[in-house]
Ligand binder design. Structure first.
Ligand code: NAD
Ligand code: UFG
Length: 347
C-alpha cells in the first residue's frame, strides 16, 4: 500500500513543488490549506504535471474539528509542515499575527497529530535560527551551534517551533526531521510551478526578473557598506527542485530510522534530526545582478537604498552532516537556475 503523507500549506512556491516530487516518487499526498493567500488553481497546474489532482481539503488549521475529519479519512504516515507566513518586514510590523499564524496554528496541528498517533513530521526551518551575532565564515554554523538571538519575529517563530518540536520528540514520541536552509530560487522544469507573486515580490530573484522584464522599474539594494566582498549582502541560493529532492531523501532516511524498535538514546523517546541544506556557494546581491545580466543579456536597473536594521549581512552554514548522513549534493547550478527562471518569465 502507498504511504500517505499530509502536506500543510501547499500552494505556496516551495511546497507545490514538493507535492509533485513526492507523488512522482510513489507516495500519496493529501493537502490541507485555507487558501488565505494562494489559489486553488495550483491544483490544475499540478494535474498537468502528474496527470491527476491530489486530494485537497480547504481546511483552516484553527478549525481542529475539520482537521480531525481529514485525519479520520486517512492513515497518515508523515506530516510535512510548512508554517505559513514568511515576509520578514511584515513580521516586524505585525509580530503578534506572525506568532499566532506560525506558532499557535501549528500547535493545533500537533495536537491532532498526537490524538491520531501520527507522530512523524518534517519541518521547514531556516538557517536564521543560528546565533546571528557571530557567523564564522570559513567553518560555517554546524547543527550543534547555538540557536538564539534572532533579529525579527518571523525568524523567532522558526526558533520557537524548533524548540517545541525538540520537546515533543523528547516527551511525546514525535519523530522530527528539521531542515534548515536559506534562499530557494527558480521554478519547476515544467514551467507550471514558479515563484511569480502578483504583488511586489519580497525576494530577490523574482524582483530581478520583474525588473529585467520592465514590470518593475528598479531593484532597491539594501545598502552596500557591509563587510562582504563588495559591501552588499551575501546569501546561499538553492534551486527549489534540488531542495525538494532532499526533502524526499530526508523523509526516506528518517522513515527508515523510525521503523519499530529503532535504536534510540536513553531517555529520548522520539528521533530528532537536524540538517543544514546548504549549497556552499555564496553570492552577494551585486554579484547576483551581474551574473543575471550576463546570462540573460539584459540590464538590471538598481539603486542603493538604506539598510534594513533587522536583517543579516551574511550567513554561512556547514553542510557536512547532510553530506555524510544523507549524501547531500546539489545538481542544479546557480547559472542554470537563473537561466530557467528567465525562460519561465518569458514563456
Ligand atoms: P509561500 O508564501 O510561497 O507559501 C506559503 C503558503 O502558505 C501560501 O500559499 C499561503 O496561502 C499559505 N498560508 C499562509 N498562512 C496560512 C495559514 N494560516 N493557513 C493555511 N495556509 C496558509 O512560502 P514558501 O516560500 O513556499 O515557504 C514555505 C515554507 O518554507 C515557510 O515555512 C517558510 O518559512 C519556509 N522557508 C522559506 C524560505 C524562502 O526563502 N522561501 C527559506 C527558508 C524557509
Ligand atoms: N534584496 C535586495 N533587494 C530586494 C530584495 C532582496 O537587495 O528587493 C537582497 C537582500 O538584502 C538579501 C538578498 O537580496 O541580501 C536576498 O533577499 P531575499 O529577500 O530574497 O531573502 P532573505 O535572505 O532576506 O530571506 C529569505 C526569505 C525569508 C527567510 C530567509 C531564510 O525571504 O523568508 O530567506 O530562511 F527567512
Amino acid at each position: 500500500m502507498k504511504k500517505t503523507i499530509l502536506i500543510t500549506w501547499w500552494t505556496g512556491y516551495i511546497w507545490s513543488h514538493s507535492i509533485v516530487a513526492f507523488q512522482q516518487a510513489g507516495y500519496k499526498t493529501v493537502i490541507v490549506d485555507n487558501l488565505c493567500n494562494s489559489s486553488v488553481d495550483t491544483l490544475d497546474w499540478i494535474e498537468k504535471i502528474i496527470g491527476y489532482k491530489p486530494d485537497f481539503y480547504n481546511v483552516d488549521l484553527r478549525d481542529k474539528n475539520a482537521l480531525e475529519e481529514v485525519f479520520k479519512k486517512y492513515d497518515f504516515d508523515w506530516v510535512i509542515h510548512f508554517a505559513g507566513l514568511k515576509a520578514v518586514w511584515e513580521s516586524c510590523e505585525k509580530p503578534l499575527e506572525y506568532f499566532d499564524n506560525n506558532i499557535v496554528w501549528s500547535l493545533k496541528l500537533f495536537e491532532v497529530m498526537e490524538d491520531f498517533w501520527v507522530k512523524n513530521i518534517i519541518f521547514s526551518s531556516s538557517a536564521t535560527v543560528y546565533d546571528s551575532s557571530n557567523f564564522w565564515k570559513w567553518e560555517g554554523a554546524n547543527e550543534k551551534w547555538i540557536t538564539w538571538n534572532t533579529t525579527n519575529p518571523y525568524w523567532t517563530t522558526k526558533f520557537i517551533l524548533e524548540q517545541i518540536l525538540i520537546d515533543l520528540s523528547k516527551f511525546s514520541d514525535f519523530n522530527v526531521m528539521n531542515l534548515r536552509y536559506f534562499n530557494p530560487i527558480w521554478a519547476h522544469e515544467s514551467w507550471f510551478l514558479w515563484e511569480d507573486p502578483e504583488w511586489i515580490p519580497n525576494n530577490l530573484m523574482p524582483f530581478i526578473m520583474k525588473v529585467a522584464k520592465w514590470t518593475l522599474d528598479e531593484l532597491k539594494v539594501f545598502w552596500n557598506d557591509y563587510d562582504t566582498i563588495d559591501g552588499t549582502w551575501v546569501r546561499d541560493y538553492i534551486d527549489v527542485v534540488d531542495l525538494i529532492d532532499w526533502h524526499l531523501k530526508a523523509y526516506e532516511n528518517i522513515s527508515l530510522l523510525s521503523q519499530p524498535f529503532p535504536p534510540r538514546e536513553k531517555g529520548v523517546k522520539g528521533i530528532f534530526r537536524i540538517y543544514n541544506l546548504w549549497v556552499g556557494k555564496w553570492v552577494s546581491v551585486l554579484e547576483m545582478i551581474r551574473k543575471t545580466e550576463e546570462i540573460i543579456w539584459k540590464k538590471i536597473n538598481y539603486k542603493i537604498v538604506d539598510r534594513r536594521d533587522w536583517d543579516l549581512a551574511e550567513v554561512y552554514c556547514n553542510p557536512e552532516k547532510a553530506k555524510k548522513e544523507l549524501w547531500w549534493k546539489t545538481q542544479i547550478s546557480l547559472d542554470e537556475s537563473i537561466k530557467n527562471s528567465w525562460r519561465f518569465y518569458n514563456k
